[in-house]
Every structure is written in C-alpha cells, then in structure tokens.
Ligand binder design. Structure first.
Ligand code: 13P
Ligand code: SF4
Length: 310
C-alpha cells in the first residue's frame, strides 16, 4: 500500500514538473483511471487531446489513441507507457493491404474507425469512433458508396442502423469477439431483471440480445439514467470501475467469455500499461510518439473531418 501511494505521489509530482496532462481510456486498470486528469472514450480523448494546453500528454491507452493525440498536437511531447500497446483492429489492417482495398474501389468513400494506424488514417477520407459513426454515415449522400474499415462487427451493426449498404474490411476486436452468447443467455435466465448492455464491436448474436448498444461512454451514461439494478456488461471489464463509482448501489456482471479460464474480456494491449510504466514514461520522457510530418498532415485531414461532422 505504501509503495502504491509513493508511486502515485511521484506521478503527481512529475505531472507538475512536466506540466503534463494524463489522459486515460476506460479500459485502463482502475489505479490509472483514478490518477488521470481525464477518463473517456476514444472520441472524448481525441477532443481532450486537441483542447489541452499542457506541454506534455501522457496517454494511458493504446498506440492508435496516443498517435491521434500526436497528430492533433505536433508540438507537444506525447508519452505512452508501453509502445507495444497495440490493438487487434489496427494490427489486422496493414496500410499496404488497405491501400489495395481502396484502389479496388476507387469510387467509394472510405470511412475508417479510429482503431487503426496513422498510415491507414492517411489513406482514409473520414475517421469515426463508435460514438459518432452513425451520425457521420448519415451525412454521406445516399448515392455515394462507402467502404467501412476495419471492424466488420461495428460495420454490420452500422449497416443495420443506417440502412446503408457498406463494403466491410474483415477485421475484429479480439476482446469483443470473445463473449459467449450461450453463457449470456444463461445469465439472463438466472437474473431475469438484468439488462444486457453491449459495445457495437461485439458480434451480431450478442448484439441481438442487447437492451442497449453504445460506445464506452454511452454505456456509462446509460446505466446512470436507466432504472434497472443489474446489468450484464458486454465490453472490456475496465469500464465497470467507472460504473461502480457512478452507481455504487447497482450490480454489474462482466459478460462471460467462451473460455472462462482465460481473462479474455480484458484487453491484453490496454492492460500492458501499469502505474509503474506511467511513472517511468514520465520520468524518462520516453517512450514518446514520433511521426513524420508529411504523414501527420495526411492523417490529420480525415480526423478533422470527423471532428467537424460529429
Ligand atoms: P470507445 O471507448 O470509443 O467506445 O472504444 C472502445 C475500444 O475498443 C477502444 O479501443
Ligand atoms: Fe483494440 Fe479491442 Fe483492445 Fe479496443 S478492446 S484496444 S478494439 S483490441
């Protein structure tokens, strides 16, 4: 406990020294969320990164999120606790393959989920997150064909919601694909009053049973406004920390993965970050996100279009 407290104090001291802001995603471990200046979903974090007047951004999240912060802040030092914190969606969409996909469909507009590399962003027309995707797609003229990448589950969900027939990239999130429909239904039988809330990165059979579907912050907002007492939460377990803080009297059951002996409902990339690594990256001012200026300018355009449209 003392060591934890010391670490926390050291981080706060370094934060002052560096004039840093700590941004954390909801999937970070609880201690990191508690020390952050701002915790949010992908869109809110990008907006915070754009708005900050700190000199240093410590990004406790995954690589594509810290990269987005750098694209928006070329003159700030953007630190990430672990450079290896990737994302299965970004990994599954290599820029050279994505380029071919675009070239094969030259008349399509490319709307790309923020969970991708800066190179893939640079090859896209508009970026979106799960909070604003529907709104953005609805602004595209009806006769314009759309390529949606890289999450096919989110893509399928959006096709249903918007009625637009989009061509999808075959990618998925290893965490949101792990939930067992059968086990979720068993829980629904055992707790008939429980509501299933799910992130749209989940597969269709899980989404089919959901009482509410939304981005992490929309799920968090939902449980605050809804009057149920118990929820089955089909997204990464980190968000439950904020749910419990917001509604301590309610019950939140993590949706079970197929294989319950693994902790597959925790994102292995997000969980690479630890308090120790947050401290070390601030102390060493390393690892930092670096980016070629030409790439940055190309990746900035579709992010700015997103911010204008959302
Ligand atoms: P949101 O927080 O934007 O809903 O995204 C979820 C996610 O998987 C981030 O990697
Ligand atoms: Fe990527 Fe899924 Fe992890 Fe989010 S939860 S960072 S989409 S692997």
């Amino acid at each position: 406990v003392n060591a934890d407290l010391e670490l926390k104090e050291e981080i706060l001291k370094l934060k002052k020294e560096l004039n840093a802001v700590i941004l954390a995603h909801y999937y970070q471990e609880s201690e990191i969320q508690d020390i952050a200046d701002f915790v949010g979903d992908s869109l809110e974090l990008a907006k915070q990164a754009k708005a900050t007047n700190a000199d240093v951004i410590v990004f406790a999240g995954v690589h594509f999120m810290a990269e987005t912060a750098k694209i928006l802040n070329p003159n700030k030092l953007v630190l990430i606790p672990d450079l290896e914190a990737s994302c299965s969606l970004a990994e599954g969409c290599p820029p050279n393959e994505f380029k071919k996909f675009r070239e094969a469909h030259p008349y399509h507009i490319a709307i790309t989920y923020i969970n991708c590399s800066a190179e893939v962003k640079a090859l896209s027309d508009i970026i979106c997150t799960s909070s604003n995707a529907e709104k953005i797609i609805n602004q595209i003229p009806a006769d314009k064909p759309i390529l949606f990448s890289p999450d096919k589950n989110l893509g399928k969900y959006l096709i249903k919601k918007t009625g637009r027939n989009m061509l999808l990239w075959e990618g998925s999130c290893i965490v949101h694909e792990t939930f067992s429909e059968r086990k979720i239904l068993e829980l629904k039988v055992r707790y008939p009053e429980a509501k299933l809330i799910a992130h749209p990165e989940c597969e269709e059979p899980v989404l089919m049973h959901a009482d509410f579907i939304g981005s992490t912050s929309k799920l968090l907002k939902f449980i605050q406004e809804d009057d149920s007492k118990i929820y089955i939460v089909a997204t990464e377990t980190g968000i439950i920390h904020q749910m419990k803080k917001a509604r301590p009297e309610k019950n939140f059951i993590p949706a079970p993965p197929q294989d319950e002996s693994c902790s597959c409902n925790e994102c292995p990339y997000m969980k690479l970050n630890t308090m120790e690594k947050v401290y070390l990256c601030m102390k060493n001012r390393f690892p930092e996100i670096r980016m070629d200026e030409e790439l940055r300018l190309r990746a900035l355009k579709p992010i700015e279009r997103m911010l204008e449209m959302s």
